[in-house]
Design a protein. Sequence first.
Length: 484
Amino acid sequence: MTLLSVRRNELTGAPSRALRYLPTSALLLDLAIVATVGLLAITGRRRLPIFENAADVSSNLTVAGPLVVLGWILVIAFMGGYRNDVFGAGTDEYKRVLNASLVTAGLLGVSCYLAKFSLSRGFFLLLFAVGVPSLILGRYSLRRTVHEARRQGKLQYRVAIAGLPSHVDEIAAVLRRESWLGYHVVGALTPAHDLNEVTGSGIPVIGSCEEATSVVKTSDLDIIFFAGGALSSANQLRKIAWDLEQQDVQVVVAPSVTDVSGERVRVRPVGGLPLIHIDPPRATDAARWGKRLFDVVSSTLLLIAFAPLFAIAAARIKVADGGPIFFPQTRIGRNGGEFRCLKFRSMVVDAEARLAALQVAEGYEGGLFKMKDDPRITKPGRWLRRYSLDELPQLWNVLRGEMSLVGPRPPLPLEVATYHTDTRRRLRVRPGMTGLWQVSGRSDLSWSEAIRLDLYYVDNWSMLQDLNILTKTVGAVFSRRGAY
């Protein structure tokens, strides 16, 4: 038995068979939601004041109700709402459920009209007005449950990546970082001329790209990724797909592109050749009037709403040591311009003078300096930082146009002086009070990871993403993860 065969046997184990029950789980969840909403619609239809006719049509609903529930589920199934590949990521799952629900409502209305069936309008309105959001929410809850299970090492897809070792490591790093996807990389397939037993990042080589078909069959894989350098021609991939058509294995071609949002990617098959179109980065979009208008209105309302909290925080700071309430600090804004970033003072008055000694003691080498038990933080400062209240005065910076509610973290001039050319892209938009860096771990993130998230935000900005970040910020603040 060769060393390669031994390695394959060591890595071969039973993949997560619970994955096959995801469609069934979604089906049972949808069935329970639609049935429950149907019962609520039957009992609540008379309470709708918009319909004058409250005639008793319970006998009709006894017949139509179960048929509607069954028909709704069948339409979702017909439109692909229970396919294995729609679960876990993307918006396709939600779109299929929504479109199926709209089709069901249309078919039901037309059928009742043509058959002259007396269906309660109150029942119809309640059923779909409550049922559609409930189905979407149910699928969202199921997805969150699946993501959490995957982060704990459950519901995993067994994955092999074929390609040059450098490309394999690049893709594996993304899959490892996004653990919620559930892709467990069990091995790599490299070109035959590569004689290494592991890739640079430590992924074991379980075969060569040329024998991908046999490795898939013997290693009980769920998915095989083909990265750069894996294939010598398009015909080779087609032949592999033919060889694997009887196997329950997904074939995925991974282009050498990372940190690009789905909104910027379009796939257009031309003459049987799938062409991937990538739209330009959206850094300029993030500076347009729509985002600015949202910042002005929101910061004004928040300044008014948080006025009592401002007063409490100011009083606690002043009483603690009699020092200044605010700590204005020079930060770098859009296009490299300097501005005075406002914060509630959370440290002792001579905090800046003590900084150099602390950096030496902590072995500081560059980037953002943070330490968990910083001795310079005052007692009210710990309370302010715990819930990020020290940053509330930055709402004034947002109102003045120096910052945005959402964006990259505002850097210090010393940090910007060390930026490489790529890193300076984060200065193309206004810095934000919150951003991907905050909802992804805040101070627990490494410097390189924080920069990666900032650049992703700059290149892939959308208003929907801003709203999503603002929503997640509330959870990040109250969870206090990375807040120090």
